[in-house]
Design a protein around this ligand. Structure first.
Ligand code: SF4
Ligand code: SF4
Length: 377
């Protein structure tokens, strides 16, 4: 069951009304949380971005959820592990900049400052049998995911399922990118992580989402809704419909359908989804090597990868030489020369982490003309 409630802006009373109604629609907090439990509100805090940039979950939604949970009798803490390094100093600054510090102060919730992690086994995982997970997730009795409706360069859309990638500590995420270079493998690893971390409820901030060059450098897009579900896979299916996309074009959704984690037949929506369907929502196309099949000869694979896949391009005039792209490149192929990045594209795995984590939108992704033409065929 997916609830879609209208919410026109981030004013406190509007958000409170929409969040309360969303919770009511999906059965009430008592269905998911016991009084006295420790509940992690896992926001999407991918990067140190201001709430108005629409790259991170808006703090007003987190504040309202924290207030309602506290009123109900839960112990609430707010947290996430961002895309880059994960240490106390950076985490404090992330919480301040994204508005979470204020959301915690106003609601009486705590901010989770634990940056430790543990290795766990995940025997039921399809792709990942072992995981390294933040202790902030492990020590919670219940996890509530509070993600953001956004386009994503690699996975086309990011919503409830991908929000749980933040359970993987900081730069360890890069190892997962490197391990799962094929997009379907990566989608399945995200599904495995979501199944392991088991959010009991998932919310999506779809008041303002992001389209185009997401998840951090795209354009803010007004949608006007708050979405909620007990099933993150169904929530992403509804998001796909709202974004006017086909499930086959959204790898996480395509693989969730294959793994019977959601289905169109069982998708029950409370609220009028038709009021929120966008036929012009911009989603990065990620068609690349599919036409080569699963095991193309290496020389052909290398050629196509180098010349026909969308590639990262560094804009030297926007770049401030911070080196974040170099530090977060899973393939470790970026070097800094004269305070500017240079990537060895022959070894690039096209994960677009450099684009995602650049604080200055100095990395764009360029699609070769031949691929544009093939995509239209
Ligand atoms: S491209 Fe972006 S992340 Fe890389 S050094 Fe420049 S500003 Fe930093
Ligand atoms: S250069 Fe960018 S896209 Fe290529 S592997 Fe490194 S982070 Fe990923």
């Amino acid at each position: 069951m997916v609830s879609i409630e209208k919410c026109e802006n981030y004013e406190y009373e509007n958000v409170k009304k929409a969040v309360k109604k969303s919770i009511e629609n999906i059965g009430g907090l008592e269905k998911y949380i016991k009084k006295g439990e420790n509940v992690l509100l896992k926001a999407n805090l991918i990067l140190k971005k201001h709430p108005d940039d629409a790259a991170t979950t808006h703090p007003q939604i987190v504040r309202v959820l924290a207030e309602l949970l506290k009123e109900y009798g839960a112990n609430v803490f707010i947290g996430d592990s961002p895309g880059g390094p994960f240490n106390l100093q950076l985490l404090k600054s992330l919480y301040k900049y994204t508005g979470m510090e204020k959301a915690a102060a106003l609601s009486g919730a705590s901010l989770c400052l634990d940056t430790s992690s543990s290795s766990v086994s995940n025997p039921d995982g399809e792709k990942l049998k072992k995981l390294t997970v933040t202790n902030m997730v492990l020590k919670a009795d219940k996890v509530i995911s509070v993600g953001k409706f956004k386009s994503h360069r690699m996975t086309s859309l990011t919503g409830a399922v991908k929000n749980m990638f933040g359970a993987i500590p900081g730069t360890t995420k890069a190892e997962y990118h490197f391990f799962c270079q094929n997009i379907d493998d990566f989608a399945n690893s995200l599904i495995d992580i979501c199944l392991y971390t088991k959010p009991v409820l998932s919310f999506l901030d779809a008041v303002y989402g992001m389209e185009g060059n997401g998840p951090t450098a795209g354009d803010k897009r007004y949608i006007g809704a708050i979405m909620a579900s007990e099933n993150p896979f169904e929530l992403d299916l509804a998001m796909t419909k709202m974004a006017g996309a086909k499930p086959d074009d959204i790898p996480i959704v395509k693989e969730s359908l294959r793994r019977n984690l959601c289905s169109f037949e069982k998708l029950k929506i409370i609220g009028n989804i038709n009021n929120f369907i966008m036929d012009d929502f911009k989603i990065p196309k990620n068609k690349s090597l599919h036409f080569l099949g699963n095991n193309p000869p290496k020389f052909l694979n290398d050629f196509v990868k180098l010349h026909m896949n969308p590639r990262p391009v560094f804009n030297k005039s926007l770049c401030i030489g911070c080196g974040d792209c170099m530090r977060n490149c899973p393939a470790k192929i970026i070097t800094m020369k004269n305070h500017r990045p240079k990537a060895d594209l022959k070894k690039c795995i096209r994960c677009y982490c450099c684009q995602e984590l650049c604080p200055k939108k100095a990395v764009s992704v360029k699609t070769p003309v031949i691929l544009k033409l093939l995509s239209k065929m």
